[in-house]
Ligand binder design. Structure first.
Ligand code: HEC
Length: 135
């Protein structure tokens, strides 16, 4: 077996540089104005038929209790699609924003029969509301 000493060094350096770039990019990602939880409550009316916020009750969809920081597809009393169970993300403002933009695009095969919120401000608002109220 042959090793290239210089090659190994470059890989390590490259990985560190990439991590730094990724962090900078995430911090800079341009988004809509900060979400407004009060407006988000109104937006959530469109989710409420299917989602409980904080009792843990199952409706058409799983309860969103503690959704921020929760692993996708992880509520024990809900029968998720294989797609949602296998998604392997943790819900945070960024992943929620991507999911709510286009549920079927972000989680192909999801059973969430909802077209999505095309308005970025509405997404930011409903996420702000979830942060505040879904505990
Ligand atoms: C018609 C019913 C319905 C509507 C309306 C709906 N959802 Fe859902 N939602 C579901 C179902 C069903 C699932 C489970 C999907 C799966 O297993 O693929 C789900 C899953 C989710 C998940 C992932 C939960 C988890 O435990 O991983 C989030 C987050 C979510 N919905 C948020 C919302 C928000 C926010 C809205 C409103 C903007 C909304 N949903 C509107 C039915 C709905």
């Amino acid at each position: 077996m042959k090793f290239s000493k210089s090659g190994l060094g470059m890989v390590a350096f490259g990985a560190a540089a990439l991590a730094a770039l990724t962090a900078a990019g995430a911090a800079q990602a341009a988004g809509p104005a900060a979400g407004d939880a009060a407006r988000g409550k109104t937006v959530f009316a469109r989710c409420a038929a299917c989602h409980d916020l904080n009792t843990g009750a199952v409706r058409m969809g799983p309860s969103l209790k503690g959704i921020i920081g929760r692993k996708a597809g992880s509520v024990a009393n809900f029968g998720y699609s294989a797609a949602m169970k296998g998604k392997g993300v943790v819900w945070n403002p960024d992943t929620l924003n991507q999911f709510l933009t286009g549920p079927m695009k972000y989680v192909p095969g999801t059973r969430m029969a909802f077209a999505g919120l095309s308005n970025a401000q509405e997404r930011a608002d409903v996420i702000a509301y979830l942060k505040q109220a879904a505990k």
